[in-house]
Design a protein. Structure first.
Length: 660
């Protein structure tokens, strides 16, 4: 809720009537109005005047910018074909009109025949893993955690990356729920849990199998649910029996006693809710990890109980219809993978000649930072960046276009962790010459003389189209109603049993075995695929496993230039165990270089019992220009693929640490 005075936004507050947020804002969004009015906001189109990477620009008019862009795009299409254009869209704005959810600009790119952008950076591996088991990544309504008796927060730091859920966890606790944090780091969430299991990174699927081994040994599997609602139990049971607690203890680094104790608690506590989010699947076995974890409520029968099941994302429950008009493509086009940007920019046979970046900051957020820098320095690469602030990626742009922020444009939002459709009405006019994403593409299309009518649909027309899917969840939800009320709950009951009528799998059942997985070259039975670091326990000369958790003060690289949040975040710190620090003769607060064959970044050492031996952690999200040494952890993160969907490997990297 924004209070406006004399055309300016002067106050921001949460809506206390919203059932999920109840008026609370996080530490990041609390400073949003200050951020939108910051002195380094980009307010006008810019043209590069210095060398790429220097960040030197001159102000130009929109007509000048559009003239240059239209000419360059037309020339690239005529000379190299539309596929030489890579529309590199990120997740900076998650709306269905302006952001990646609705793939803003996709119609424009389709008319030009540009390459398809494979936006895999966030949740792809886990999404696919869940689809093999339960047919959809959609799971529990997180408000139903208030009904749970056992809550497993698995690889998720709720108080940093989804604090609205915590109130429902606390309600469950007040009714007797036991809360367990399963995480390589003792996070602020783990501090507040009843129990913390400091698992080795990438061994989560093995733990899931070990816990189910205890459940089966206790004779506590839900035999009626297994018989009537699952497929392949005998095969999966045989897989479970390969993972007794002693074996799982060796794999995960947890004590056998803690595995048995939690397994028994899981066996005899209904309902059990599991919250596992995106960080858990950013390693080489990440898709399988989510596939196997999602088998747990199939064995225990928790899907039949309000407050039981798995919560990964609620986005699959919304039923909106993002019509990106793929029929406008003149011919099939190649797909370029977001987390393989360095590889794509190095392609000589089918070169990328235009990189168009929006809602993204790949120099700060994407793997293989040094290779990306080399690609962005190419003289023959025409780079356009639509941005709000002078990010590290902006420094490499040829043309910069000023973009609106949330309070300045219309958008339609869903959530990854709730069941409400939210309308974002612009509260104030855009400052300077900033334009929304949709208006920017409308103007470019007009400047290029494109005649496809759908390129000029207004934001309200796009919203109407999104709501016109006919999905039962949207029945009775109109744009007029949304604009009047602000938010509306989807048409699902409370409490919500998402699979009460069966699972959206080929068999209609929860599938422990999957023929679709076999067709995709994967194992038929859910199981355990080790991460790279789990397979190579002590690889020399880089024996430490680096994980890069979310920051409490930054949202990826968003807010990374906010002076107050930078002050609160202090200097970048790398957490290391006392034993690992002593071996390297490191003292608390010392400046170190964290390095491997791909690059290095600098940080201050924090000797801590929050990480286990062999594991180090440094938060993601730092702008390179605000760090010592001009690099962040992505300098040592290798481009690579998870087992499913080419998901990224941000938590699956070997490094060494030495004093500077």
């Amino acid at each position: 809720m924004v209070t406006v005075r004399d055309g300016s936004a002067v106050k921001l507050r949460g809506n206390p009537e919203h059932p999920f947020t109840r008026g609370a804002l996080c530490v990041k969004v609390n400073r949003y109005l200050e951020h939108a009015a910051a002195g380094d906001r980009i307010l006008h189109p810019l043209r590069r005047t210095g060398r790429k990477g220097e960040g030197r620009f001159e102000r130009i008019s929109w007509d000048e910018a559009l003239d240059e862009i239209a000419g360059r795009l037309a020339d690239i299409v005529a000379t190299h074909g539309g596929e030489a254009i890579w529309p590199y869209q990120g997740t900076g704005t998650l709306g269905f009109i302006q952001g990646e959810e609705g793939r803003a600009g996709r119609r424009f790119w389709n008319v030009l025949g540009a390459s398809e952008h494979d936006l895999n950076i966030c949740s792809r591996a886990g999404n696919i893993g869940l689809r093999y088991t339960q047919g959809s990544p959609g799971g529990m309504d997180t408000e139903d955690f208030a009904l749970s008796k056992l809550i497993l927060l698995w690889g998720t730091n709720t108080l940093t990356s989804g604090h609205h859920l915590w109130k429902f966890i606390q309600e469950g606790r007040a009714n007797g729920a036991y809360v367990v944090a399963i995480d390589p780091i003792r996070t602020r969430t783990a501090d507040q849990a009843d129990e913390h299991l400091p698992i080795r990174p990438g061994t989560d699927a093995a733990l899931a199998l070990g816990l189910l081994h205890v459940v089966v040994s206790e004779g506590a599997e839900d035999r009626e649910f297994l018989a009537n609602h699952t497929l392949g139990w005998d095969e999966f049971r045989a897989e479970i029996m390969k993972y007794p607690p002693a074996t799982v203890a060796e794999i995960t680094g947890l004590s056998e006693e803690s595995i048995v104790a939690l397994g028994r608690r899981l066996a005899h506590t209904r309902p059990t809710a599991i919250r596992a989010t995106m960080g858990i699947q950013r390693h080489a076995g990440g898709g399988t990890a989510m596939r196997t974890i999602s088998c747990i409520p199939g064995v225990t029968g928790d899907w039949r109980h309000p407050g039981g099941g798995v919560s990964y994302s609620t986005s699959a429950h919304y039923g909106l219809r993002p019509d990106t008009r793929d029929d406008l493509l003149p011919h099939p086009v190649r797909s370029l993978t977001m987390t393989r940007l360095a590889e794509g920019l190095e392609d000589i046979e089918n070169p990328v000649k235009c990189l168009w970046v929006y809602a993204a900051n790949p120099m700060g957020s994407t793997s293989d930072q040094n290779r990306i820098r080399r690609g962005l320095l190419r003289d023959d690469l025409f780079t356009v960046v639509m941005e709000q602030f002078p990010t590290d990626t902006v420094d490499y742009a040829d043309i910069v276009l000023p973009a609106t922020m949330q309070i300045e444009h219309a958008d339609l939002h869903i959530g990854y962790g709730h069941m409400y459709l939210v309308w974002n009405e612009p509260a104030v006019a855009p400052p300077g010459e900033c334009l929304s994403t949709t208006e920017t593409f409308r103007r470019i299309a007009r400047h290029m003389g494109l005649t496809e009518p759908s390129l000029y649909d207004s934001d309200l027309e796009l919203a109407e189209q999104l709501l016109s899917s006919g999905h039962p969840a949207l029945e009775g939800i109109t744009l007029d109603r949304l604009r009047k009320e602000g938010w509306v709950r989807l048409n699902y009951p409370k409490p919500f049993l998402p699979y009460a009528e069966g699972f959206p799998t080929p068999s209609g059942k929860l599938e422990f075995v999957s023929e679709r997985a076999v067709a995709d070259g994967l194992d038929r039975v859910a199981g355990y695929v080790p991460s790279r670091t789990a397979r190579q326990k002590r690889r020399k000369p880089y024996p430490l496993t680096l994980i890069t958790p979310a920051s409490h003060t930054f949202l990826n690289t968003v807010f990374g230039n906010n002076p107050e949040l930078l002050r609160r975040a202090k200097n970048p710190r790398v957490l290391i165990s006392a034993e690992d620090a002593e071996r390297r003769e490191l003292v608390d607060g010392a400046r170190v270089r964290v390095f491997n064959e791909h690059g290095e970044f600098h940080a201050e050492v924090e000797i801590s019992d929050r990480v286990r031996r062999g594991v180090v952690a440094c938060e993601k999200g730092r702008w390179l220009k605000h760090t010592i040494g001009g690099a962040n952890p992505n300098a040592v993160v290798e481009e690579g693929d998870a087992d499913m969907g080419r998901g990224p490997l941000y938590h699956d990297n070997h490094v060494e640490i030495a004093a500077v």
